[in-house]
Write a protein that binds this ligand. Structure first.
Ligand SMILES: O=C(O)C(=O)C[C@H](O)C(=O)CO
Ligand SMILES: [Zn+2]
Length: 279
């Protein structure tokens, strides 16, 4: 098997209050997403999202049905969204090939049987993905930043000036429940998702990249009146249960990919929290 997915259970906010740092890291942080010639990741029972990385180096890698799915093919009952954070690469989808460039997104719907990821000649192939259960087949589509719904929020004065690229969202294409996008912080800005929010109808996963080796992001989670933080490095992801805020401050600017699954597709369905109300 070149696809390796481990399982994480969902958690209760009352239990979360007593977690030490090590337990928060074990339960929510996802490290080592990129292993040579592997597809690696986590199947979280928070809305059954799979969070993973694809890193073909010497040979192509195929998306395989892991044991957790009890299915013949990975996409028999699922959809997948992939964002390329590395060099341009070739992907075969049921025998048809396409190329995915840096920061381009790809949606592949339920029912597709064979997906193969090729190493790029530079060896710099890094693809991040989220996959959610799906009830209907929607067509495969590549989405570039030109196709995205783009919103610029925040200000340099508040250290949160950022551009949100809504790539795989329902204003751009049809999906069953998956929504994914990418947020780039401008130089000098370090805060994402501030003011913070929760959305009880959807869980979310954040994946941080474009961070140099010496820089880190402090990611904040928990209910608004009981927040905790852990420190993330480049290429690490974190699971945010529906009851948790998800926000971060970096020691530099950075980019992150957000992905959601759950009850509705309305990006604006959020319960905002004023910074002065955080505890
Ligand atoms: O910087 C932001 O603000 C975000 O990118 C927020 C995410 O898109 C999000 O949390 C959507 O629910
Ligand atoms: Zn959110």
């Amino acid at each position: 098997m070149n696809t390796e997915i481990t399982t994480r259970y969902s958690s209760h906010p009352e239990d979360f209050k007593s977690y030490p740092t090590s337990e928060i890291r074990d339960k929510f942080l996802i490290e080592d997403l990129f292993k040579a010639d592997k597809i690696s990741g986590v199947y979280t029972l928070e809305d059954r999202l799979i969070v993973g990385g694809i890193h073909p180096v010497h040979s192509p890698v195929q998306l395989e049905a892991v044991d957790q799915l009890k299915a013949e093919n990975f996409l028999d009952r699922r959809e997948i969204g992939i964002i390329n954070i590395g060099a341009k690469t070739k992907i075969d989808i049921d025998g048809a090939s396409l190329e995915l460039d840096h920061k381009e997104a790809l949606y592949i719907g339920k029912g597709v049987k064979e997906v193969i990821f090729h190493p790029s000649p530079s060896g710099d192939t890094y693809l991040y993905f989220n996959s959610a259960p799906a009830h209907q087949e929607y067509p495969t589509r590549k989405i570039t930043r030109k196709d995205a719904e783009v919103v610029t929020l925040g200000s340099l004065e508040n250290s949160n000036h950022r551009t949100i690229y809504k790539l795989l969202v329902n204003s751009v294409l049809e999906t069953c429940q998956l929504q994914m996008g990418m947020t780039e912080l401008k130089p000098g800005s370090v805060w994402n998702t501030m003011p913070a929010h929760t959305h009880d109808r959807r869980m979310e996963a954040y994946f941080y990249f474009d961070l140099s080796e010496e820089n880190v992001v402090s990611h904040f989670m928990g209910q608004a009146d009981e927040t905790r933080h852990i420190w993330l490095k480049n290429h690490q992801a974190i699971i945010s249960p529906p009851w948790s805020i998800h926000s971060g401050a970096g020691t530099s600017n950075y980019t992150f990919i957000w992905g959601m699954a759950g009850e509705n597709m309305d990006y604006k369905d959020m319960d905002g929290i004023k910074p002065v109300d955080l505890k």
